[in-house]
Design a protein around this ligand. Structure first.
Ligand code: HEC
Length: 162
């Protein structure tokens, strides 16, 4: 009889331990789920419908800008003309793949400003004045940074200077 009781206690203990193990596991799962929802709420750019395509375009303008900076330095006006033309035709709003009305107003505003800055750059470069061209170039760069500060969650990794 004594043996039987201690056996029952042993069973209870095992069952009890098993349960707490399961509970711990459930806690872990819910913690992971919470982390995930936290991460996704931090992603402020959920409005971008075509994230892969958007990033490819962004990387392209980064390359374009680096090339342009080198061309302005060398005063290679022919190369400058080609680059600025491409830059003028780029549009973060279009690259999102989303309807303009579904985008944050601030994002659209920054896109418009970006477009105005690129036009100014095109004009400055047409004058073939290096100082003016550089000044206009950095105004465009500020526009990139301004939008990234607000809308790019990976902002530090994308500053094109690095
Ligand atoms: C109107 C807003 C806006 C403007 C203007 C803008 N970007 Fe972006 N850019 C973004 C957003 C949003 C992301 C983050 C996209 C993501 O991670 O899904 C991004 C990401 C990037 C990336 C990172 C891509 C990667 O590897 O993840 C680069 C590089 C980049 N942009 C370059 C530029 C350059 C250069 C300019 C200026 C000529 C510029 N962008 C102008 C909104 C903008």
């Amino acid at each position: 009889m004594k043996k039987y009781i201690s056996f029952a206690i042993l069973i209870l203990c095992i069952a009890g331990c098993g349960k707490s193990e399961k509970e711990r596991h459930e806690e872990e799962i819910s913690a992971t789920a919470m982390n995930q929802s936290e991460v996704s709420s931090k992603r402020e750019h959920d409005f971008i419908k075509n994230e892969k395509g958007f990033i490819v375009h962004m990387k392209d303008i980064k390359v374009l800008l680096k090339h342009l900076q080198a061309s302005i330095n060398k005063e290679d006006w022919k190369a400058i003309q080609q680059d600025t033309k491409k830059l003028k035709n780029s549009s973060p709003v279009v690259y999102t793949g989303a309807n303009k009305n579904d985008l944050p107003t601030e994002f659209v505003k920054l896109d418009v400003q970006f477009h105005l800055d690129t036009l100014e750059l095109v004009n400055a470069c047409q004058e073939k004045n290096k100082d003016k061209a550089m000044a206009a170039f950095f105004k465009v760069v500020n526009g990139c940074d301004e939008c990234h500060a607000k809308f790019n969650p990976k902002e530090t990794s994308t500053s094109w200077f690095r």
